[in-house]
Write a protein that binds this ligand. Structure first.
Ligand SMILES: [Zn+2]
Ligand SMILES: [Zn+2]
Length: 241
């Protein structure tokens, strides 16, 4: 785990044949009010918890897990993590919280073929991803957590309830799987995905002044070039109709 800036820490994903999402830890350590952003792939809970401990973070200070969205590579080890920090709340955008509460796992797996594959590979039982959200997030909310201010942007397209967290003062964007380094974007063929919405979401993010891009996978980018997200959206324009 590495420090990106005061109040923002990075636990890189450990990809296997399925990717493992990066986890970001946000909050000033002195606040004792830390949040994990995303959990990760099934089986990676111990790795994530040990990474926190290696940084000297008191598990008691981790108050919640905020999900950028609920694909398996992000939510897979949520229950493993919650076993070790059972007091932690789950915050998810309302569009993905509602189905999870009802036991609708279509967003988790994205497609039936993948569901069968994963259930076989990992021995996951149907209903393994039924969670109650402690807080259902909405677009435009401002989260005052851990001595910091994070704005919530609902950016559907990769999934129905994808969100970005934006720290305006330090120009930090955590966009989940919507936009990555190297002008890449998230896939838009899974359950709840929508190419036209993804385009709108990218254009919305383009209006933000971003210096540090912290995506769900692959490289993180410090000193993001000006206009990077707009350029990314333009490069993908022909596909996003
Ligand atoms: Zn995803
Ligand atoms: Zn992902």
């Amino acid at each position: 785990m590495t420090k990106i800036k005061e109040g923002v820490y990075f636990i890189p994903g450990q990809d296997e044949f399925i990717p493992d999402a990066h986890v970001y830890v946000i909050g000033e350590p002195s606040s004792k009010d830390l949040s994990l952003v995303d959990a990760g792939l099934i089986g990676k809970g111990d790795y994530k918890i040990q990474s926190l401990q290696k940084m000297g973070i008191e598990l008691a200070d981790v108050k919640r897990v905020i999900m950028t969205h609920t694909h398996l590579d992000h939510i897979g080890c949520l229950s493993e993590i919650l076993k070790q920090i059972p007091w932690a709340e789950i915050w998810i955008h309302t569009e993905e919280a509602d189905p999870l509460e009802k036991g609708d796992e279509r967003t988790v797996y994205g497609m039936d073929m993948f569901k069968t594959l994963c259930q076989t590979q990992y021995g996951i039982k149907p209903g393994a991803f039924r969670f109650q959200a402690n807080r259902k997030l909405k677009d435009g909310e401002v989260l005052n957590i851990g001595g910091m201010v994070w704005e919530v942007f609902h950016i559907p397209g990769h999934s129905l309830g994808s969100i970005a967290l934006y720290h305006r003062a330090n120009r930090i964007l955590i966009p989940g799987d919507v936009v990555y380094a190297d002008y890449a974007i998230g896939r838009f063929d899974l359950h709840g995905a929508n190419a036209a919405n993804l385009k709108k979401s990218l254009l919305r993010l383009s209006d933000l002044d971003v210096d540090i891009l912290l995506p769900g996978h692959n490289k993180i980018v410090k000193s993001l070039p000006k206009g990077y997200i707009r350029k990314t959206a333009e490069q993908w324009d022909a596909c996003l109709v």
